[in-house]
Design a binder for this molecule. Structure first.
Ligand code: NDP
Ligand code: OXD
Length: 311
């Protein structure tokens, strides 16, 4: 039995040593040096080359090295016999909570506009409407591991919080919506919109001009989920017309964001390099080693992905 790390661009040696610290008996191999393909029962994967996983006939579980699994489920050759286990980790959740809180507070306090004033040497403390947190409506798309934690943290800061998910949720202090009507109701009052959805055929392109136009004028957008949620061509017109005041984007359809992409230099866009929350091998390796033992015992892998839903 061997475990393969197939994550080009990630620190595979670090992952291997964190796995072996927890189980020195594991035979860990790093792609492309997989050895005999029949030996590979488990894989740790992040954006594996299309079709590569299909070359391991005995693969039982693919551990996604991120919370999102779109990089796996979109591979038409993904091996049918393999389950997918995704990351649910307190550090990953905390990282996202910190990122979103930072940017919500930045928008709430008009910080991007104040930074622009500083660049022009303008001292003006009167230019912006005074709003308390309980007058600021935040809408969160996705109330899963990450969205729920973000929602609860925002409630604790007294924000007026709403959230939307596929199935209806009950989260103390949060106005919960679901379904198409629910989305329309949430959008109509949201001043800061946060996307924490998985990327699936149902959510692809959800951040489009039709939706952005339904937000109250001057709303802000934070997309920390996937670039495929945003129709990129719809964003700049919404910002230039003032319908949106600012967009904070961590994820893009093409990553790294191409050097000549208009988002880089737009005065009302903040770009971060897909680092809203980063998987920490020191904590996640334990989850994976325990998951391998569970499957070896005949149990289900932890945090299994429902392949019919795609997340
Ligand atoms: P979860 O699977 O725990 O939560 C997903 C949420 O989205 C659930 O509430 C789910 O509804 C909802 N949802 C899914 N499909 C729909 C739909 N069609 N309509 C309405 N709601 C829907 O995921 P996580 O919270 O762990 O992660 C969310 C995403 O964040 C990841 O998929 C990944 O893309 C992104 N991410 C980005 C990172 C970054 O650094 N930028 C880091 C980590 C994650 P229900 O509860 O009913 O199932
Ligand atoms: C993830 C990510 O899905 O980092 O975890 O994007």
């Amino acid at each position: 039995m061997a475990v393969l790390i197939i994550a080009p661009g990630l620190k595979s040696d670090w992952w291997a040593s964190e796995l072996q610290k927890r189980n020195p008996d594991l035979d860990v191999r790093i792609w492309p040096d997989a050895g005999n393909p029949a030996d590979i029962l488990y894989a740790l994967a992040w954006k594996p080359p299309g079709g590569a996983l299909a070359t391991f006939p005995n693969l039982r579980v693919v551990f996604s090295l991120g919370a999102g699994v779109d990089h796996l489920v979109t591979d038409p050759a993904f091996p049918k016999q393999a389950a997918i286990s995704r990351i649910v980790d307190p550090y990953l959740t905390a990282g996202m909570r910190e990122y979103v809180l930072m940017h919500v507070l930045r928008h709430h306090k008009n910080q991007p506009a104040l930074e622009a004033q500083q660049r022009d040497h303008i001292w003006d403390d009167s230019a912006y409407e005074l709003k308390q947190a309980d007058e600021r409506r935040i809408g969160i798309l996705g109330l899963g591991e990450l969205g729920r934690s973000v929602a609860t943290a925002l409630v604790s800061l007294d924000f007026d919080v709403a959230g939307w998910s596929r199935s209806l949720k009950g989260i103390p202090g949060v106005d919960c919506f679901h379904g198409e009507d629910g989305l329309a109701q949430l959008i109509a009052t949201t001043q800061i919109l946060i996307c924490l959805l998985p990327l699936t055929p149902q959510t692809e392109g959800i951040l489009n001009s039709e939706l952005l136009d339904q937000l109250p004028a001057g709303a802000c957008l934070i997309n920390a989920a996937r670039g495929g949620h945003l129709v990129e061509d719809d964003l700049i017109p919404a910002l230039d017309s003032g319908q949106l005041a600012h967009a904070t984007l961590d994820v893009f359809r093409t990553e790294p964001l191409p050097d000549d992409h208009p988002f880089w230099d737009h005065p009302h866009i903040t770009v971060t390099p897909h680092n809203a929350s980063i998987t920490d091998p020191r904590s996640v390796a334990r989850q994976i080693v325990e998951g391998i033992s569970a499957v070896d015992r005949g149990d289900l892998p932890p945090n299994s992905v429902d392949l019919t839903l795609g997340y």
